[in-house]
Design a protein around this ligand. Structure first.
Ligand SMILES: Nc1ncnc2c1ncn2[C@@H]1O[C@H](COP(=O)(O)OP(=O)(O)OP(=O)(O)O)[C@@H](O)[C@H]1O
Ligand SMILES: [Mg+2]
Length: 342
């Protein structure tokens, strides 16, 4: 059985004006369940109620009506809050603290012992590619750099539920890819991720299921495949063939269908192309300002060594070969990861 982490039933939020007259129905009868280890996306145009829904799950706003349980408890329970990491839509940070001090400060809010705090801070700075900027004040950071600090802050307490409001806003394509890899790695470790975004391609890349909101109402809910697969059409991809070979294939298809099929070349996606070009440029230069190369996932988030190796992103240096015993342990872990949760 999958374990529900968020359960929302008939959730409603009405913002009232000064005289308590209903002004905006920001969230209107929204129901959904998010299970452990799932990446769940909230999609919708501006003002459709995404942030309001997230804030109710965080216990920052009271629902006007409906039921909401987060990690098996009320969202306002302090014990629930300690297990959640949150990246707000706008990162609020103290401009005069350095990036290291900022993360350490949030670690203190979660009562982490000094040693653990320092360790996690260092690992997170490596993870977001800001190790070289650890002594710079956050107030001087570019938008993308500040966003990375916001993301690291959301993970300092090693949360079970990670809530990210527009996680890739302001990030360059490399940052977006890293954040997406991180989200996948967190989910593979059994963490639950709830995110909102306007960037449809990002959502398509990482989310298992999505909900589309409009005017506070659920318009669609399902897995990406359920929502996007066009079951009444087929696409055939094949290796290179001679011009005559292709003509013969097309003639056969034409004979079967009675009309002309559409033929084109598959295209690489722009993100992949961009990443390859930048990687080439990075190898050709010795020093870069801004964000440096990031190093996979912070060790404490990725669990033990073996899992860390499994989760290495392609941009990271190649992992050392595993010993036979480690390989066996890795196979066992992989099996557990891909097995549907009981
Ligand atoms: N504190 C508030 N007081 C009054 N109205 C609010 C408040 N917060 C949000 N709203 C209204 O609720 C509706 C939903 O807002 P919300 O911030 O949830 O949208 P969103 O989907 O996150 O939009 P965006 O994509 O722009 O971030 C909007 O009409 C907004 O004006
Ligand atoms: Mg919003």
């Amino acid at each position: 059985m999958s374990e529900p982490i968020i359960e929302a039933i008939g959730l409603q939020k009405v913002f009232r004006d000064f005289w308590r007259r209903p002004k905006v129905k920001a969230v209107n009868d929204v129901s959904f369940t998010v299970n452990r280890g799932e990446v769940f996306g909230l999609l919708g145009p501006n003002g459709s109620g995404k942030s309001t829904t997230l804030k109710m799950i965080l216990g920052l706003l009271y629902p006007t009506s409906g039921q909401l349980r987060v990690l098996g408890r009320s969202p306002r329970d302090v014990k629930t809050k300690a297990r959640i990491g949150y990246l707000p839509e706008e990162s609020y940070s103290y401009p005069y603290l350095t990036s290291q001090e900022t993360l350490s400060f949030y670690g203190m809010l979660f009562d982490l012992p000094a040693g653990e705090r320092q360790q996690r801070t260092e690992q997170l700075l490596d993870m977001i590619g800001l190790r070289h900027a650890r002594r710079r004040q956050v107030g001087e950071f570019s938008k993308g750099m500040a966003r990375r600090i916001g993301l690291a802050q959301a993970l300092i307490n090693d949360p079970d539920l990670v809530i990210l409001d527009e996680p890739t806003s302001g990030l360059d394509p490399i940052g977006c890819r890293q954040v997406k890899d991180l989200i996948k790695a967190l989910a593979a470790r059994g963490k639950t991720v709830l995110l909102s975004s306007h960037l449809l391609s990002d959502v398509e890349d990482v989310c298992d299921r999505v909900i589309i909101l409009y005017n506070g109402k659920v318009q669609a809910l399902g897995t990406i495949n359920e929502l996007l697969e066009q079951k009444t059409q087929y696409r055939l991809t094949m290796p290179e063939v001679s011009a005559e070979g292709l003509q013969r294939i097309l003639a056969a298809v034409r004979a079967e269908l009675g009309n002309e099929p559409a033929v084109d070349h598959p295209r690489r996606d722009l993100e992949q192309f961009f990443l390859e070009i930048v990687e080439k440029a990075r190898q050709a230069t010795t020093e870069a300002s801004g964000v440096g190369p990031a190093s996979g996932v912070a060790r404490y988030l990725a669990g033990d060594e073996v899992l860390q190796q499994l989760l290495k992103t392609p941009e990271s240096p190649a992992p050392a070969p595993l010993s036979a015993a480690q390989q066996q342990a890795a196979d066992e872990k992989l099996r557990k990861l891909v097995e549907p949760p009981k």
